[in-house]
Design a protein around this ligand. Structure first.
Ligand code: DLL
Length: 436
């Protein structure tokens, strides 16, 4: 039921005392080991000694992705090179790569954090865990891998891709737990069904730990039905740890943050001020135990909120709601703010189309134009113009009434939208002067 019960169910007061102790140590540690933090604390007029209560965290300056980029490659490392045993890095397609280092202890903590997720999803030592996140500089593959090994599971290091082989192993090895992105899980399910499998009755899967991208409730239900699994949303980011930051328990009502390792704050992204529990805002993380790449108040740009009530599962770690999107993903369609995940939620309500979609942004007469491409399920009568037109109108109408947005809907033939083996590319930005 728990991987580390004494920690995961720690009474709130004790947990907060532990967090404060660790935060004070961390403030000292970064101030004396990372010049960037010495400068930023000095510029903000704050010293480590000013942290006397957890609420004092707001006195500390934020860390931004740009700060990490400027520190490329190793200027934010707090330990000497002989203590660094692993490096991960972001792809760097939109700028310099963000490089994050790990000591042996960092890797051990990471394994424990992910081990907790596996146990929350029902895994035991005898489980077979198929890791179909990409291995490499991306944290998904190796992060899930060491969680499985920490728990003592049998880990299959599949990485992403080679979908038919994935399916063969799911079937032949009797995999219990699948770890990959939601869009890849859906793709695996579709290909398996196309190849004549009935996953719920033929596969032994009981849970899937899916994350690295948003997944609407509609998409979650579709994956659960098609694969016959319970889907647990898992959240993390390379800068903070990788997968290991927060995960849903069996209740599937919000993601428990590993609060002995991280402090989560929710702020108003415009003012930087904290918002009340239950209010939506940007998640900000402080790492409490990282040795190589510790971070103070890292701005994630991910939108979520704290769920104020205690969870029935007995874990005392607070929960964040599922990430609805990123502040930089928000589309403004004729003045209305909308996240791709909200569009996904609406379209997954239509049985005639799949959960695969793309949002194409173009410029027409100096105005943004938004086209939503969706594809029909294989048995939809695609050649019947009237059926197609009435479906198109129904989708556009539902988007208008639920989200108040007017979107051009284009229905395309089955299997024509690009499938993803990692994070899905949902937005194609072809607006003048931009590229995605
Ligand atoms: O995606 C780490 C990860 C791997 C998490 C595997 C979960 C599973 P990055 O590539 O640095 O790291 O991307 C981090 O992905 O800031 C979010 O915008 C998004 N993201 C991650 N998990 C979720 C999720 C990994 N469960 C960025 N729901 C984050 C929605 C997510 N978005």
């Amino acid at each position: 039921m728990y991987y580390q019960p004494e920690v995961e169910t720690m009474p709130t007061q004790r947990l907060q005392a532990l967090q404060l102790e660790r935060l004070q140590e961390l403030a000292n540690y970064v101030y004396t080991h990372i010049p960037f933090y010495k400068h930023s604390f000095d510029a903000a007029g704050v010293t480590p000694a000013d942290i006397t209560a957890l609420a004092d965290i707001t006195k500390l300056p934020f860390t931004h992705k740009q700060d990490m980029r400027e520190a490329y490659p190793f200027k934010m490392f707090a330990v000497s090179q002989d203590e660094v045993v692993r490096i991960h890095a972001s792809s760097g397609t939109t700028g310099r790569a963000v490089v994050v280092g790990y000591t042996k202890q960092d890797l051990e903590n990471w394994g424990d954090c992910f081990g907790r997720f596996l146990v929350a999803a029902g895994a035991t030592k005898s489980s077979i865990v198929q890791v179909s996140y990409g291995y490499g500089l991306f944290t998904g593959g190796l992060g899930a891998h060491q969680g499985g090994e920490a728990l003592g599971c049998t880990v299959i290091p599949m990485s992403s891709g080679n979908t038919r082989r994935q399916i063969q192993f799911l079937n032949d090895f009797g995999t219990d737990i699948l770890c990959c992105t939601p869009s890849y899980a859906l793709h695996i399910a579709e290909v398996a069904i196309e190849d004549g499998y009935d996953p719920p009755s033929q596969f032994n899967l009981c849970a899937a730990l899916l994350g690295a991208e948003p997944c609407s409730e509609g998409m979650r239900r579709e994956i659960e039905e098609k694969l016959g699994v319970k889907v647990h949303d898992i959240y993390g980011l390379s800068e903070v740890m990788g997968p290991g930051v927060a995960c849903e328990c069996a209740q599937q009502q919000g993601l428990h943050v590993n609060e002995d390792h991280f402090i989560v704050e929710i702020i108003d992204p415009n003012t930087g001020e904290p918002v009340a529990d239950g209010e939506w805002g940007e998640a900000v993380f402080t790492t409490l135990t990282k040795q190589c790449s510790p971070l103070i108040r890292y701005r994630t740009h991910d939108i979520t909120r704290i769920l104020p009530l205690m969870c029935d599962c007995g874990r005392t770690f607070r929960r964040i709601d599922r990430i609805t999107g990123r502040t930089d993903d928000m589309l403004i369609i004729r003045g209305v703010n909308v996240f791709p995940s909200q569009i996904e939620e609406v379209i997954t309500g239509f049985a005639e189309i799949t959960a695969q979609y793309q949002i194409v942004l173009t410029t027409a007469n100096h105005l943004d134009r938004i086209e939503l491409r969706v594809e029909t399920v294989a048995d939809f009568p695609f050649d019947e113009i009237r059926a197609l037109e009435s479906l198109r109108r129904a989708i556009a109408g539902e988007l208008r009434s639920s989200l108040q947005v007017a979107v051009d809907v284009k229905i395309v033939e089955p299997k024509t939208i690009e499938r993803s083996e990692g994070k899905a590319r949902r937005i194609i930005d072809e607006r003048e002067g931009r590229q995605s």
